[in-house]
Design a protein around this ligand. Structure first.
Ligand SMILES: [Cu+2]
Length: 548
């Protein structure tokens, strides 16, 4: 498929054209520094250099950015600009969700709830453009789901009120306005929602976990900072097609962070909050991979822990892991990193030297392409403790969907021929069209295939489905680079073994999903399925569907 004259595999191309970038570097053509100071040197922020991991990881505290908020009543949440310090000596403007509760103020609060609780939020639009908020992964009435047909104008508000029906798990909220989701999320609008159920309480008790200390959310994002350390969102036409990638790695909005840890088990709830970057996550000590346990996915805990050495995590997906550091010694260092992989994107190419680096500290030569390896988080062992606790053999119950006799519905991810437009079932988003209708209470098999072929562009797409959690039945045609992650004869990965709301489908791959259209809300439910590469979503790689 890479022999088609005008197209070739991007990674191969970049390797071939590497000299171009080098020549640019040595010729002195480099990102122009607007203020002429040396402080915004990219080298000190480059996540491929482990020596740069020195900033204390932001942990969700009692208030402020990511502060843990257990609502005691209705919240008034304003989407507006906020100023935070991301790089020493600079203020950076975010677009963020802001609220107060009691005497405390929060920016993008980590909303912490029990299964069965209720949540009431009045969203106020303090931006200069339309917005609406989507509760990603939550089982809510479609009018509460952040549908773009309900987006609000500047100064307007939208009242949400719903019960928490989901299993315990790591969910999140982010904008979902028509064609403006990517920029709003990139500029900072997103937050976590932690739901706890009895199984979580049992695990917390068994492992003596404390949220924010030994049970830690890790929100992974890549962004660009300009010479004034402001977030720039300046995609060129190519990036509107294949996604906007950053050169600077953030975890919990901390650049190149360091976390001091003890010799014990940690629960890490990892969210890929990037616009477009897929991660191949591994923990390493030196060059050795450290085995970890996958215990949860988008929709909560698995039935048991699965040992893994790496997992792919695409935008919007969550993976919940246990990392056992009890055999390490003070002084040891472990890195969470993303390993190299083949992005498998086949499309019309441009010269590497034409890489858009506007709003970035980097040049085309140091731009981090999709699939390039870099470090994410340094774990420095500083404390020796004794932890007799062991991981419980049973974590939860995952009710298996029965697909006997179920309707099989093909869902094809593809592109328009010879075009820079990605499609679902050959279509792009039409707010008034409902090309898919399903019956309330039914189970369907959605056969999601990512097409490759002559005259077609192809990429890996994370498909997100609103209003219905699903289970992966099997994978066929998966690329060789995923082979080490397969755990069963159905070709599934450990991250496929629980409830999901987003699934990565590689070029040439077919992933069959058992869709659960149990829906307790009155009237027709107008929902969406879309690619969670946010630039793809905004460009129309989205369809409405209806539960009737
Ligand atoms: Cu996509």
């Amino acid at each position: 498929m890479s022999t088609d004259g005008i197209r070739m595999d991007r990674r191969v191309f970049l390797k071939l054209s590497g000299m171009t970038g080098l020549a640019w570097l040595t010729s002195g053509f480099y990102q122009v520094d607007g203020c002429g100071s040396g402080e915004d040197d990219y080298a000190s922020l480059d996540p491929t250099d482990p020596a740069n991991f020195t900033r204390a990881l932001r942990l969700p505290g009692q208030d402020g950015l990511m502060g843990v908020l257990t609502p005691t009543g209705a919240l008034e949440v304003t989407a507006a600009t906020a100023t935070v310090s991301l790089i020493e000596g600079y203020d950076t403007t975010l677009w963020a969700y802001q609220t107060t509760s009691g005497a405390r103020s929060y920016i993008n609060p980590s909303i912490y709830l029990r299964q069965g609780d209720s949540l009431a939020v009045n969203l106020v639009n303090g931006l200069n453009e339309d917005t609406i908020l989507h509760w990603h992964g939550l089982d809510v009435d479609w009018r509460q789901d952040g549908n773009p047909s309900y987006q609000i104008q500047p100064g307007e508000s939208y009242a949400y009120s719903f019960g928490i029906r989901n299993r315990g798990g790591t969910y999140w909220y982010h904008p979902h306005p028509h064609m403006m989701t990517a920029e709003q999320a990139y500029r900072g609008l997103s937050g976590l929602m932690i739901v706890e159920d009895d199984d979580d309480v049992a695990l917390r008790s068994a492992l003596n976990l404390t949220f924010g200390q030994t049970d830690i959310p890790l929100v992974l994002q890549d962004k660009r900072l300009d010479s004034q350390n402001q977030l720039a969102y300046t995609p060129d036409s190519m990036e509107e097609f294949d996604g906007y990638l950053g050169d600077i790695s953030f975890v919990n909005m901390t650049v190149n962070p360091l976390l001091e840890v003890a010799t014990r088990i940690y629960r890490l709830r990892i969210l890929n909050g990037s616009n477009a970057r897929i991660l191949r996550l591994a923990f390493t000590k030196g060059d050795q991979a450290i085995t970890f346990s996958v215990i949860g996915t988008d929709g909560g805990l698995l039935e048991r822990a699965y040992q893994a050495r790496e997992v792919f995590l695409s935008p919007a997906e969550r993976v919940d892991v246990l990392l056992d550091l009890s055999s390490l010694q003070p002084g040891d260092e472990v890195f969470l990193r993303t390993l190299q992989f083949d992005a498998m994107d086949v499309m019309s190419m441009r010269m590497a030297s034409e890489r858009n680096t506007s709003g970035s500290k980097t040049s085309a030569a140091t731009h981090l392409e999709q699939g390039e390896p870099y470090y994410l988080l340094k774990l420095a062992v500083t404390q020796q403790v004794t932890q007799p606790a062991a991981v419980p053999s049973s974590l939860s119950t995952v009710r298996r969907l029965d697909t006997t006799g179920a309707t099989v519905r093909p869902i094809t991810l593809s592109s328009l021929p010879n075009s820079m437009t990605f499609t679902i079932n050959g279509q792009t988003y039409d707010m008034d069209a409902f090309p898919v209708q399903v019956t309330r209470g039914s189970v369907e098999v959605w056969e999601v295939s990512n097409q490759v072929g002559r005259n077609l562009s192809s990429m890996a797409h994370p498909l997100h489905i609103h209003g219905a959690l699903f289970q992966v039945i099997d994978r066929q045609g998966s690329p060789a680079q995923t082979a080490d992650q397969v755990v069963d004869s159905a070709g599934r990965f450990a991250t496929d073994l629980g409830w999901k709301d987003t699934v990565l489908v590689w070029p040439g791959e077919t992933v069959r999903l058992a869709m659960d259209f149990t829906n307790a809300y009155p009237g027709e439910q107008n929902l969406m399925l879309h690619c969670h590469i946010l630039e793809h979503e905004d460009a129309g790689m989205m369809l409405n569907y209806k539960i009737v």
